[in-house]
Design a protein around this ligand. Structure first.
Ligand SMILES: Cc1cc2nc3c(=O)[nH]c(=O)nc-3n(C[C@H](O)[C@H](O)[C@H](O)COP(=O)(O)O)c2cc1C
Length: 354
């Protein structure tokens, strides 16, 4: 998740449970052209046994070169290609979730990535949405193309680009894809609790799940998931004191990677997610939202009631962005041809996630 899954958050999540934690998305151009911001995202904790990177691109040549650089120079052990971004300035140029409509281009990109990764033995996966909108679905073709291109798995977010993050994810599409391809399908959308993951696997036949918003302010979801998949009882919910300790650990890890000042600024966006549903009042929340040192943070967290129990009313509820459905901006004439092989290079700028 862009702006969230940096090395610090991935480490925090990994400390909780098993799983593969994917780096924030990076553009292929950024990597090939040595862009400082893109390269600065290629930071991995020593405990990260598989360096997993999500890559975005629209040009098979750049994608191939970027995968080569990732595997050869950065020790990356898993590359995921993202075709799920619904942001208008990206889809308007034919990028993000609009791109799988062009089947040939999709195949060329995936093949370039798989071939570049092959000498390193690195698996390539793809992530996509159901399609542009409900009249223009792409996921079944995308699954077949991913399989034919040699992808190791495909993750499906059960929404169209037109839905953004609104409404419920369509797990029926995940089941349909699982029945359509032989490669593993990873289901994504609306896993708020560990029980949702078990339910998704049972109902769709998917091989695994991808968690997005459910872990915002709740890294212990991965501990719960590990227990659920191992058939163990659910661990107890954290008290506010335990949540505060998790917040402290998160901030400390961020400051290790980004330094005190920036680490605390990065941490601010997580505060509302951690405290969602707890009684902590507006004053302490707004003070935490301005936190600029770990000492400040310790003082403020010390004011919280450590014994307050977890707000169970929050369980199973959506968190993070929801968005509203809207028409997907597309290049002129985009829908009339499904076999295109090129899109505007500008479709690689302004990209911001999935
Ligand atoms: C803040 C944020 C950033 C995201 N960034 C990315 C991204 O960079 N790449 C991606 O594939 N999906 C990204 N997503 C989408 C999620 O990975 C996921 O597909 C989507 O939220 C649906 O799953 P969920 O219901 O578990 O959240 C992002 C979502 C959010 C909320």
């Amino acid at each position: 998740m862009a702006g969230v899954t940096n090395a610090a958050f991935r480490r925090l999540c990994r400390e909780q449970g098993a799983g593969l934690y994917v780096c924030e998305m990076i553009t292929s151009r950024g990597i090939v052209e040595g862009d400082r911001t893109s390269l600065s995202m290629l930071v991995f904790d020593p405990s990260e046994q598989v360096r997993s990177v999500q890559l975005y691109g629209i040009d098979p040549i750049y994608i191939g070169k970027a995968v080569e650089i990732l595997c050869g120079d950065h020790g990356v052990g898993h590359v995921d290609l993202n075709f799920g971004c619904p942001v208008p300035k990206v889809t308007r140029k034919g990028g993000g979730a609009a791109l799988p409509w062009k089947r040939r281009l999709l195949g060329d990109i995936l093949t370039a990535a798989v071939e570049a990764a092959r000498p390193y033995g690195v698996p390539v996966t793809m992530k996509t949405r159901i399609g542009i909108d409900e009249e223009h679905e792409t996921y079944l073709d995308a699954g077949r193309i991913a399989q034919e291109s040699g992808c190791a798995a495909i993750a499906l977010h059960g929404r169209t680009a037109a839905q953004h993050y609104s409404g419920g994810a369509d797990w029926g599409a995940i089941a349909a894809l699982a029945g359509h391809v032989d490669i593993p399908v990873l289901g994504n959308g609306d896993i708020w609790e560990a029980a949702d993951a078990l339910d998704m696997v049972r109902r769709t036949g998917c091989a695994g799940v991808v968690v997005g918003r459910g872990c915002l302010g709740r890294p212990w979801l991965f501990r719960d998931l590990a227990a659920a998949f191992a058939g163990e009882p659910a661990p107890p919910l954290p008290t506010l004191g335990e949540v505060a300790a998790m917040m402290r650990r998160h901030a400390e890890l961020l400051t290790e990677y980004f330094g005190d000042q920036r680490g605390c600024v990065e941490f601010r966006k997580h505060i509302a997610w951690y405290l969602k549903g707890f009684r902590a009042g507006g004053r302490i929340r707004s003070q935490l939202g301005l936190v600029s040192s770990l000492a400040d943070l310790d003082r403020l967290l010390g004011d919280l009631d450590p014994d307050e129990s977890y707000p169970v009313a929050e369980l199973g509820k959506p968190r993070g962005r929801q968005g509203t459905p809207r028409r997907v901006a597309l290049p002129h004439g985009w829908l009339t041809d499904r076999e295109g092989t090129r899109v505007d290079a500008a479709a690689e700028s302004g990209i911001s996630g999935g």
